[in-house]
Design a protein around this ligand. Structure first.
Ligand code: DP6
Length: 384
């Protein structure tokens, strides 16, 4: 019997991946850049066990057993086996995999990136795979390849039709920008979404604007973003981040039928942030949105208490003893100055538009947990 447990982080793109040139190998139409978030607040944990006693491959996700009959999962496992450095006998042993997120799945936060990054890291250790493995995570979910590293990460689209050069590489480690902070605003929403895979496929088939984004805008923008990160130039970083999010959602709207991911509350958050930045006479906060209504905000540590006091004022929470409203790094509570509130051009909202807030920072890539108490499978290979 062999068992390995690892944890892996989620990542949030600041230059978005939207569109594939190969749907099976998951090869993108543009480079993208992301920030890896601290695993203390958001991560996936996976245990993989191989044993000659197991009769079949089995998998549990967040407490319930799942079918392994999923082409993306099978592609990942096949590629991992190709590069395994263990005996053929062991490679034929059946696998049990158990995976859990440390954040509520209902939050609608992108969990596939952390999920596939964790699966690939764990099984690569189990099979003693050596070398670059971000391309194996990519085969599970494109954005997962960026969760294989910490800090700020660039996924190079590459040009090889087989995808050998479509890999993620770190730009700078987590230590580069220690005062960068992230607020995730989880928005109350019950709408059914078009998945990002379906959405980007439809965009490439129907949008004219996506061609302009890929050919004319991104080649320059991606290097400007990398430079802003290297220079720790917050205002440039923030402006590029907001504009790229807006542009991704613009091409989603240009898709036919359109893919609409942001809702009214998302747009109100955008409006509040522009009003707050205008009042501050500089860009202090940036927003970005993925294929859903939740906002991810970037700001510097020194600006967190003031901005959160403004957010609490305009988006009051509902007192609910069952839900911890502010999760993650503790936030110093201050009252917003009257002067500031008078200048911000924004209307106070009814309570409860935000479900909760997660305050986090940039974090490291995946890691193996050595303590055997951390395994999610018992000695029989069943969830603990
Ligand atoms: C909007 O990685 O979830 O979050 O490759 O089909 O699994 P698949 O898509 P996925 O797409 C993420 C899209 C995005 C932008 C980004 O993370 O870059």
């Amino acid at each position: 019997m062999n068992v390995v447990t690892c944890i892996a982080p989620i990542n949030i793109a600041v230059i978005k991946y939207w569109g594939k040139r190969d749907d099976d190998l998951i090869l993108p139409v543009n480079d993208s850049i992301s920030t890896t978030l601290d695993k203390d607040h958001l991560c996936t944990k996976t245990t993989a066990m191989a044993s000659s006693d197991f009769k079949e491959d089995r998998m549990w996700l967040n407490g319930s057993e799942q079918s392994m009959d999923n082409p993306r999962l099978q592609n990942c496992l096949r590629e991992l086996k190709k590069r395994a450095q263990i005996s053929e006998e062991m490679q034929n042993w059946k696998l049990h995999i158990c995976s859990e997120n440390n954040f509520p799945t209902a939050a609608g936060l992108a969990s596939s990136a952390a999920g596939y990054a964790c699966l690939v890291t764990t099984i690569a250790k189990l099979y003693k795979v050596e070398g670059e493995v971000s391309e194996l995570a990519r085969v599970g979910s494109g954005s997962a390849c960026r969760s294989m590293y910490g800090g700020f990460v660039r996924w190079f689209m590459g040009s090889d039709p087989k995808g050998s050069d479509s890999i993620a590489k770190p730009i700078v480690p987590v230590s580069h920008w220690p005062d960068m902070r992230i607020l995730i605003l989880v928005i109350n929403d019950s709408q059914k979404k078009v998945s990002s895979a379906q959405g980007m496929k439809r965009t490439l088939m129907t949008s004219e604007l996506i061609k302009y984004r890929i050919d004319k805008i991104l080649p320059t923008k991606i290097n400007q973003m990398q430079q802003a990160i290297l220079n720790k130039d917050f205002e440039s970083f923030a402006e590029l981040t907001m504009k790229d999010s807006n542009q991704m959602h613009a091409v989603c709207l240009d898709t036919y039928p359109p893919c609409i991911y942001m809702n009214d509350t998302s747009h109100l958050i955008v409006d509040l942030i522009h009003s707050y930045n205008a009042t501050s006479s500089k860009i202090k906060v940036a927003y970005t949105f993925d294929a859903g209504p939740n906002a991810t905000l970037f700001l510097l540590e020194k600006d967190v208490p003031e901005f959160v006091s403004v957010l609490d004022h305009y988006f009051p929470s509902i007192e609910n003893i069952n839900i911890e409203y502010k999760k993650g790094i503790a936030i110093e509570t201050i009252l917003p100055s009257k002067n500031l509130l008078e200048k911000i051009n924004f209307t106070k909202q009814t309570a409860g538009k935000l479900k909760y807030i997660i305050h986090t920072r940039i974090g490291n890539g995946p890691e193996q947990l050595s303590d055997c108490k951390s395994h999610l499978l018992n000695s029989q290979g069943l969830p603990v």
